[in-house]
Design a protein around this ligand. Structure first.
Ligand code: TXA
Ligand code: MG
Length: 310
């Protein structure tokens, strides 16, 4: 506990100095900096090699903090009460008086925000008087990190500090919902889309129009393990790593279990970790068993589909 407190102090020192650091969240680790500081935000883009037109998600401690920067849309309160803090991000309108760095939003008047539930990061957010911009802590287009070691593997000594919060519980990025206009999901993630739509359909005015926004981060190249991925595989070929969700009778050194009991939550938590293990072992190809498209399985299928695209 004491160690955590002194690490939070260290983290704050770096952040107050406009440096970026890695922070743990329940979804994946983030590369964080003061969202009100152009300098800190520029450092994030540079370190991550992120294209300037791809906006960042901003992380808040409380609703009161959020209200300084964003306009609250109709359905927001219900979703906030049900799912926050947790693995969901909201696209909202920025207030004119907001101090959010324009670099984060690429000068647009909308912004993605979220309230992470990881206790260390919540403690950190509570102790600073600015929100944290934090994309996933990986080099652009690579897979998101779910542990301190993953972040080290991405940035090495270029990153000065990582707040170690153990391995991420959800293991897949947040669900992003656009609440400007008719609410709609932009990226599948930690919270099942059906649960979200069930809640908002009972509240929303049906005549609202969907306002299209492009989400650069959902382009094909994302979440790539860097080697070919074959989906819905029934068996693996020689030298192909085989990712499974149900335990097989026979043993095989090429088998990697997302779960041995068909547990989708466990599978999501293990997905990126297993991609990294497979790469480190030097495999040149991956085959993946069919994953049920229910609950968080829909987000797993979204990510592996992208990973399979060349
Ligand atoms: O779980 C998460 O959301 C993690 C943790 C660290 O919080 N963050 C994360 O950030 O996944 P990132 O930058 O890797 O992915 C954010 C996605 C990108 O695809 C980006 O294009 C999209 O959100 N995005 C950010 N701001 C947006 C906005 N204003 N409107 C639409 N999409 C936006
Ligand atoms: Mg990312």
């Amino acid at each position: 506990m004491k160690k955590n407190d002194s690490n939070i102090k260290k983290a704050i020192k770096y952040l107050n100095n406009n440096d970026c650091i890695a922070i743990p969240t329940e979804t994946v680790y983030g590369l964080a900096g003061n969202a009100y500081s152009d300098k800190a935000v520029s450092r994030i883009y540079k370190l991550k090699k992120r294209p300037k037109n791809n906006p960042l998600i901003v992380h808040y401690y409380s609703l009161n903090d959020l209200k300084k920067d964003c306009k609250i849309e109709n359905t927001f309160d219900k979703l906030f009460k049900k799912f926050c803090p947790g693995p969901i991000s909201f696209v909202l309108r920025l207030k004119k008086t907001s101090k959010i760095s324009k670099i984060i939003t690429n000068n647009s008047n909308s912004i993605a925000v979220r309230f992470p539930s990881h206790p260390l990061t919540r403690k950190l957010l509570n102790k600073i008087n600015y929100p944290l911009a934090a994309p996933s802590a990986n080099i652009s287009t690579s897979i998101s990190p779910v542990s301190k070691q993953d972040v080290v593997d991405e940035f090495g000594p270029k990153l000065k500090f990582i707040l170690d919060g153990g391995s991420s519980k959800v293991g897949i990025e947040s669900t992003i919902i656009n609440l400007i206009g008719k609410p709609h999901i932009l990226r599948l993630g930690g919270i099942n889309s059906k649960l979200i739509y069930k809640l908002i359909n009972s509240l929303e005015n049906k005549s609202k129009k969907i306002i299209k926004i492009k989400v650069p981060g959902t382009s094909k190249l994302h979440y790539s393990p860097g080697i070919p991925v074959r989906l819905n595989a029934k068996k693996n070929f020689l030298n192909e790593a085989f990712i499974l969700i149900k335990k097989r009778r026979n043993l095989n050194k090429n088998y990697f279990y997302l779960s041995k009991t068909n547990n989708l939550k466990e599978a999501a938590k293990n997905l990126y970790k297993i991609f990294r293990v497979i790469k480190k072992k030097g495999y040149k190809k991956i085959a993946i068993e069919k994953i049920p498209n229910i609950n968080i399985g829909e987000a797993i299928n979204d990510r592996i589909l992208r990973a399979s695209k060349k």
